[in-house]
Design a protein around this ligand. Sequence first.
Ligand SMILES: Cc1cc2nc3c(=O)[nH]c(=O)nc-3n(C[C@H](O)[C@H](O)[C@H](O)COP(=O)(O)OP(=O)(O)OC[C@H]3O[C@@H](n4cnc5c(N)ncnc54)[C@H](O)[C@@H]3O)c2cc1C
Length: 303
Amino acid sequence: MTLTPEQLAQIEEERAAQRPTRRAVSEGMEAHLYTAYPVLDHGFIRVIDYMGDDAAICQAARVSYGRGTKSVQNDEGLIRYLMRHWHSTPFEMCEIKLHVKLPVFVARQWIRHRTANVNEYSARYSILDREFYVPEPDALAAQSSTNNQGRGAVLQGEEAARVLDILKRDANRAYDHYEEMLGTDGQQGLARELARMNLPASIYTQWYWKTDLHNLLHFLRLRADSHAQMEIRVYAEAIAKCVKDWVPAAYAAFEDYRMGGATLSAGALGCLRRMLDGETVTQETSGMSKGEWREFEAILARR
Ligand SMILES: Cc1cc2nc3c(=O)[nH]c(=O)nc-3n(C[C@H](O)[C@H](O)[C@H](O)COP(=O)(O)OP(=O)(O)OC[C@H]3O[C@@H](n4cnc5c(N)ncnc54)[C@H](O)[C@@H]3O)c2cc1C
């Protein structure tokens, strides 16, 4: 994470300021406000602002006139009920605004989550920094032979060194040319909006990203999942830590029903019932495809 002393001082200044407010405040989230948490080699996430807390979800669900009309246990029970029954609009009453610094190829996956408001750093207006994502050696893996969308064993020795060298050399060469095209002394220089087009997808960009809790949890469900690419998953995990402190009851319900829970098809449920009745069910007798059966077995697998 490369923050200048001036940027760090600005963050500290914001963190030191105190303002009285009548708004709902989450003490857990107050502790995170403005702090930049490092992600990957140059990235970070930081919470810029938020609205609401666990009580705000219940307040909206009850369409109540005040706060804290019921006990904390009641609130937790209500939140679990809402999560369990996909009654999602009360979760939309909470909002979060994040400042994220991330490689462009991660941003391309992230931006697919359309239910958010985004404002990105302008490379038409400003010159991008010489900052590229270069994977740690343990993240430098071969193409998976079983999963077309995944990676397999970690590259070793000479091959790993060669790949790292190519990544660094290509990125730096592209950036050298970027600077060269922007102009040297006595030349007009190419417009920033054009000079950027040769830069690699590993270059870092930044944005402000605002969304509501319902859609944020949907994002975390997909991107903090083990099937998500590691480079976006680490961002989702960093955000999840803040969300856990922001709305602990909602996050606990989310972990229980969404992250830790599983959805079964009618066919899979039928198989499970047959197994509970003592029948030995196999893929051949299950009526499921090989892929479905593999995933079903993974759900049932006990450690
Ligand atoms: C592991 C993984 C692999 C992926 N692989 C690919 C890939 O190979 N290629 C690819 O293109 N994408 C891929 N994606 C992206 C994926 O298809 C979704 O675009 C992305 O996860 C965003 O999900 P979303 O649309 O539900 O989220 P959001 O855009 O945040 O939408 C949230 C929900 O709002 C509703 N919604 C939003 N906009 C609309 C709309 N216009 N019409 C109807 N309903 C809407 C939907 O119910 C949607 O689920 C992948 C995602 C994951 C997690």
